[in-house]
Design a binder for this molecule. Structure first.
Ligand code: SAM
Length: 264
């Protein structure tokens, strides 16, 4: 399977991200929470992609830098924003170009962190903690392993399907599911998900990035442990609807969970 970086650097995927310009409800909630504080803050928008979040966060931040390891994403941001904000090629796992404590806020939006292996995720969390000053904020989202509808992704009738689909639709869906079973090396995806849940984290091919790369899924409990271990405190969680909540049952209604925390 292809490396995430090759996929993100493709013109097809970069252009797709470049066209996006909405803000997710939890991102808006986080932005509002930090709004009084952002004008004095240095912000790093890591994994900035096509600059979707730039439009909303950059005008509020005292100093804004967008970064991504995919050069084609950086080119799109530069074409979109000209010299208004700096954009730089940088890998979240090795941010040598940034000194310790050089930012007040790091954002890694839209599950960018889920393209890492477990070891790389730990490296990236350490690097993010290093470039943040004490008390600085880190916000990101991640795929929720306890999402109540996760097994439905691998069933013939997916979560969004209506009842009136053609035979061709079901044939395509069946083929897609077989392919995912093959990639995940499991015919019984429900069992695989249960196994991953016991570990509270794991990687799955779920058809993200056209099913060409695996995605890291994690429970909110394990994510909080990882954050604590890597020097973060005061962890808040937000559901996809934008509501802040620490309640598992509420969070588990969503495929993604948004996290906001502070460097210890
Ligand atoms: C799902 S896209 C999200 C893009 C953008 N943040 C948004 O919200 O629209 C993930 C982005 O993270 C970037 N990315 C993934 N791993 C990275 C890494 N190790 N270092 C820097 N950027 C990375 C990808 O190139 C991609 O642009």
């Amino acid at each position: 399977m292809l490396e995430h970086k090759i996929l993100y650097n493709s013109m097809e995927i970069s252009n797709d991200y470049g066209r996006r310009d909405y803000i997710e409800a939890p991102e808006k909630a986080i932005m509002e929470k930090l709004s009084g504080w952002l004008p004095a803050a240095g912000m790093l928008d890591m994994g900035v992609g096509g600059g979707r979040t730039t439009k909303y966060f950059a005008p509020l931040a005292g100093r804004y830098t967008g970064a991504d390891y995919a050069p084609s994403m950086i080119n799109i941001c530069r074409a979109k924003y000209g010299s208004l904000y700096p954009f730089t090629e940088c890998d979240a796992r090795k941010m040598d170009r940034f000194r310790d404590s050089s930012f007040d806020f790091v954002l890694f939006s839209y599950n960018g962190i889920d393209s890492f292996s477990h070891t790389d995720r730990m490296t990236a969390l350490k690097e993010i903690a290093r470039v943040l000053r004490t008390g600085g904020y880190f916000a990101f989202s991640s795929h929720n392993l306890n999402w109540s509808m996760l097994p439905d992704l691998f069933r013939l009738k997916g979560p969004d399907e209506d009842k009136h689909k053609s035979v061709a639709f079901y044939a395509r869906q069946g083929f897609k599911n077989l392919r995912l079973s093959y990639l995940n090396k499991s015919l019984l995806m429900g069992n695989l998900i249960e196994r991953l849940k016991k570990n509270e984290r794991g990687c799955l091919y779920d058809n993200s990035l056209n099913g060409k790369a695996s995605i890291y899924y994690i429970t909110s409990r394990e994510q909080k442990r990882q954050l604590h271990k890597n020097g973060f405190r005061d962890i808040m969680t937000f559901g996809r609807c934008g509501r802040e909540s620490g309640k598992e049952d509420e969070l588990n209604r969503g495929a993604w969970i948004y996290y906001l925390c502070r460097k210890r």
